[in-house]
Design a protein around this ligand. Structure first.
Ligand code: NAP
Length: 282
């Protein structure tokens, strides 16, 4: 059985998935660029993920975004992975051929850097970055920063994970203990929260930051809430702040380009649509 039409059906798979903003983003771009078909959310339990991927080509799915908790399984399932995915150690975007071949990509690092550039004119070359967190997203961000010429200090609650991240990437990425977090923030040109601390529903503990370098920029990967305790603390220290919603919008660009051959733009209209979807789900 052949696929009903390449590009007609794309989507996002996660568990749960109802809150995902990806359908709003991709369907807006489909409408803007006259791409027929639909981008749909797929709520798939971990035990069903292998079967889902197996049936994806027969469903006519040619592209998938992958979110929690399937990123590791997607990494393992991709027959081929881009160099960026290998460096990031995770996969958030899949291209699926009619024959069922699956290629995995990681677009979080690119989305992270493009968001900072668009929102704050921030570029990484020769900059010092303090990265709090050592999960999947942190590694993708660290790899992108390293490749773009920044030096990165990684600090994580579970120190061994920060050390493993630094060992995997090498170069100018190094791990430091939690006791060194404030010093890393104080010396950084860019401060990044890549932990889940401050996420909606996880308790909004107040965050205290030390005095920061003049011209420092702070960004949080979390986008719900849009203004996190981390960003509030950074603003109180005079830093420019960049929220995580822009990263979510920008990380979607490479997938759309790969699936439909058009590079979409992230603009105010798209951000407004995503923001109103965020408000509706709150
Ligand atoms: P993950 O792999 O589960 O990693 C979670 C990180 O948070 C780990 O470093 C963990 O530290 C840390 N953490 C959790 N609770 C903590 C606490 N109470 N105190 C200190 N550290 C704590 O998650 P992920 O996939 O990397 O995602 C991280 C964040 O980025 C999430 O909020 C996610 O929504 C966001 N994200 C945003 C985008 C975007 O486009 N804006 C894209 C990807 C991810 P331990 O190792 O010690 O547990």
């Amino acid at each position: 059985m052949s696929a009903p039409g390449v590009g007609l059906l794309t989507g996002v798979v996660g568990f749960p998935i109802a809150h995902s903003l990806s359908p709003v983003i991709h369907n807006s771009w489909r409408a803007r660029h006259g791409v027929r078909g639909v981008y749909a959310p797929f709520n798939v339990a971990p035990k069903d993920f292998p079967d889902f991927l197996c049936f994806a080509p027969r469903l006519g799915l040619s592209g998938l975004n992958v979110t929690t908790p399937h990123k590791e399984a997607a990494f393992a399932s991709a027959g081929e992975r881009s160099e960026t995915a290998e460096r990031a150690g995770s996969v958030n975007t899949l291209s699926i051929s009619e024959a069922g071949d699956i290629v995995g990509h990681s677009t979080d690092g690119e989305g992270f850097l493009r968001n900072l550039e668009q929102a704050a004119g921030w570029t990484p070359q020769d900059r010092a970055v303090a990265l709090f967190g050592a999960g999947g997203a942190a590694r993708a961000v660290a790899a992108a920063l390293l490749d773009a010429g920044a030096s990165v200090v990684v600090v994580n609650r579970t120190e061994a994970k920060a050390e493993a991240l630094a060992a995997a990437l090498g170069g100018s990425v190094r791990a430091a203990p939690m006791t060194a977090l404030d010093a890393a923030f104080a010396e950084a040109d860019l401060l990044v929260n890549a932990t889940t601390l401050g996420m909606e529903g996880k308790g909004a503990a107040a965050w205290a930051l030390p005095p920061l370098k003049s011209g420092a920029v702070a960004t949080d990967l979390i986008y719900a809430p849009l203004v996190t305790p981390f960003l509030e603390a950074a603003a109180a220290r005079g830093a420019a702040t960049v929220d995580g919603l822009g990263m979510l919008l920008h990380q979607a660009v490479p997938g759309f380009k790969a699936w439909h051959g058009v590079r979409p733009t992230v603009d105010d209209a798209l951000r407004a649509k995503a923001l109103s979807a965020l408000e509706r789900r709150a």
